[in-house]
Design a protein around this ligand. Structure first.
Ligand code: IVH
Length: 680
């Protein structure tokens, strides 16, 4: 019999797990890592095995997900959406395969190996071929109606296509329910997080939270602005078409125009399954989605039926989880860096640790609030994560491992003076960021020079961070324009700078003089002016002189710019120091105009939606062509859309255009539009 202490531990574990599930599924804001969560469930399961009298059917070890959020209509799944049991190593996998073999009394099943996509589980229902309803998993029995949100996802067809006659004889099926994951592609996720950070907004912890957040927007128009995707991996209720295996179902979905994972393989034995697991462990970061393991399924539906399911998971499938890309390490210290805008960013100095294949010794803490929120302190054991994003992150500290002296030391504080120049550090009211108040802070200048020379700006070959540091240390450069006044003889005096290296650097500097105005604007490090804004401004004004004489209203009137950016630009050029810098750059031979010809903005004021594949343009090229002419590209069709360009296999956006009476044009008409600025 379990004692009172055990009873209480089990209840505490259950409460904790339910709370973590609520945070994860409903708030999209987990407070523990996946590995920590899995460990809690494993601990509870272990207690329940040792004390069966404490087990209960509603224990979180037998249930999945969390109850639906009240913001969306609750919908009952016609067939329960199950979860999966996990294994973490080869032994676990082989033990599962043995249970399968026993269950099938020696029959040798084929296995389907799929990547385990770390997304938001969803059921998509087609009735008589038409997308009728999309529902989140919720607690597995009841989920939330997110049909309108899912309709905005690129690649989710409104109608399923008829596959080849050889595959089906009647079409469309009365009911076809596909299950899958909605995900936020990793590259887009990284870009979005960078943009959020630049805008001073909090970063998303991982792509799954970002996907969940986007899907849970009450206004589907907001969901439509996010680059969500769907990948299908499972069969729900299907009526009106015969399907006898998992592989056949995936082929049917593919033929019907639903997205399936290209990585999926059907294999004949468990050795081949293991090879698949090992291969994707190595290639873990190649797919467009974040994955946390491999799902292995017995292919044949007859076999699946014989094996059956527990209340929580099918016996015919198993999830192999890759080791977490999180590690614990010691936080040696918290230091701050001063960036090119003067912004002071705290970062963690870590005892180097291997995470996701790379050694991490530094990790950003973003700003004072973020650092205080995490409450990490030098001497703590911290959890370091690398997720969907190349930037490593400190998740938090391990409370049970905090030494008493660290506890006594109290929370970390932002230093009051800059470690590089001793000037006061200031935090403006209402802003998350702190700044070094010295405009000439040596570290700020170093970061500015490195940025000026970087790829997206003047792209000066041979002038990287280290060289920039050397030039500043030797006082050969004390502002950006000094780069164009360097003397060969001075450079030859630098340590490890032979004639060849010097000449390469000078050649790199010389050729950067021809960079167009938009690159120079990026390099000048004006607040809010990144590549896109710089391009819009350069295209509009064509020359630096025209920009310098334009007032804020004229700058704000440039499509895509607006008053905040305009003020920043005006503020920059009005500052006499900057004006002198620009003059000095011009005197050094730097080009002050662009090849964009003014008056070419034939699509000024146009909002265009692209759907389907074009023959003559990639999606990016088409977008660029529109933007180069002053037009805007959006991802969802609304009453404000000027035209929808429909290529091959247009998605639901073409239907939406017809519905709203928005002009729907083909590729030829698009070419005419680009050339003339008018619809043919
Ligand atoms: S099959 C009855 N296949 O992982 C089988 N699930 O941790 C149910 N997941 O609830 C799931 N990739 O949301 C399956 N290729 C895949 C998957 C996958 C991701 C999710 C799914 C499931 C969860 C279990």
């Amino acid at each position: 019999m379990a004692d009172e202490q055990t009873r209480r531990t089990v209840e505490a574990l259950r409460t904790a797990i339910e709370q973590h599930r609520y945070r994860y599924y409903i708030l999209s804001d987990p407070h523990v890592t996946d590995a920590e969560f899995d460990a809690l469930v494993a601990e509870l399961a272990d207690y329940e095995t040792r004390h069966p009298e404490l087990d209960r059917p509603d224990s979180p070890t037998h249930t999945v997900g969390a109850a639906p959020s009240p913001a969306f209509a609750a919908v009952q799944h016609r067939r329960q959406m199950l979860s999966l049991d996990n294994v973490f190593d080869r032994e676990g996998l082989l033990a599962w395969a043995e249970r399968v073999a026993r269950g099938l009394e020696g029959a040798t099943p084929a296995f389907v190996c799929e990547l385990k996509v770390d997304g938001v589980a969803i059921s998509v229902n087609y009735a008589d071929g038409r997308l009728e309803r999309a529902v989140t998993r919720g607690d597995g029995r009841t989920g939330e109606d997110v049909t309108h949100q899912v309709r905005t996802i690129d690649g989710v067809p409104d109608w399923i296509e008829r596959p080849d006659a050889a595959v089906v004889d009647t079409w469309p099926p009365a009911v076809l329910e596909a299950r899958g994951e909605v995900y936020y592609p990793v590259a887009e996720f990284a870009a979005m997080n960078t943009a959020r950070e630049e805008a001073g907004e909090p970063r998303f912890a991982n792509p799954r939270n970002a996907a969940s957040g986007a899907l849970r927007q009450k206004d589907p128009a907001i969901t439509a602005t996010r680059p969500l995707r769907l990948v299908c991996h499972g069969m729900g209720v299907v009526e009106g078409v015969a399907v006898h295996s998992q592989s056949a179902f995936l082929s049917l979905l593919d033929a019907a125009g639903l997205p399936v994972a290209p990585e999926t393989r059907t294999v004949a034995d468990i050795d081949a399954v293991w090879a698949f697991i090992e291969e994707w462990g190595r290639r873990r970061h190649e797919p467009t989605y974040e994955i946390d393991g491999v799902v292995v399924k017995v292919d044949d539906h007859g076999h699946q039926r014989r094996l059956g399911a527990t209340s929580k998971a099918p016996r015919w499938a198993i999830a192999f989880k890759y080791p977490p890309e999180e590690q614990q390490t010691r936080l040696e210290g918290i230091e701050v860096n001063v960036g090119r805008t003067g912004k002071v960013t705290p970062f963690a100095v870590l005892d180097p640790v291997l995470v996701a294949g790379s050694t991490i010794s530094l990790a950003t803490l973003h700003n004072e609030d973020q650092a205080r929120l995490k409450d990490v302190r030098p001497g703590d054991t911290v959890v370091v994560r690398k997720a969907g994003d190349v930037i490593p992150e400190v998740v938090g500290y391990v409370a049970s491992l905090r030494p008493p002296e660290v506890e006594r030391a109290g929370p970390w504080h932002m230093p009051t003076v800059c470690p590089f120049c001793g000037s006061p550090i200031q935090r403006l009211e209402g802003e998350a960021a702190s700044y070094c108040t010295n405009l000439d802070c040596p570290n700020r200048l170093l970061e500015s020079v490195a940025h000026f020379a970087s790829r997206g700006a003047m792209d000066i070959e041979g002038l990287g961070y280290e060289t920039a540091k050397l030039l500043l240390d030797q006082e050969l450069v004390s502002d950006l324009a000094d780069i164009y006044h360097l003397e060969r003889d001075d450079l030859l005096e630098l340590e490890r700078f032979g004639p060849k290296k010097v000449d390469n650097l000078l050649a790199g500097i010389a050729s950067s003089k021809d960079q167009p105005l938009e690159r120079l604007l990026v390099g000048l490090n004006i607040r809010h002016v990144g590549g896109n804004v710089a391009r819009l401004i350069a295209r509009h004004f064509s020359t630096m002189d025209a920009l310098r004489t334009a007032d804020a209203a004229a700058i704000a009137a440039v499509g895509g710019v607006g008053p905040v950016i305009a003020e920043a630009v005006r503020g920059f050029v009005d500052n006499p120091r900057n004006a002198a810098l620009v003059d000095k750059l011009a005197a050094g031979g730097v080009r002050m105009d662009t090849e964009f010809v003014r008056g070419e903005a034939t699509l000024d004021g146009w909002t265009i939606v692209l759907t389907g594949g074009l023959d003559r343009y990639t999606r990016d090229e088409a977008k660029q062509a529109i933007e180069d002419r002053g037009g805007k590209v959006t991802s969802s069709v609304s009453g404000k859309t000027s035209a929808v360009v429909a290529g091959a296999d247009p998605g639901t956006k073409a239907d939406k255009a017809a519905e709203l009476g928005v002009p729907l044009i083909d590729e030829d008409a698009f070419v005419t539009l680009l050339e003339t600025g008018e619809l043919p």
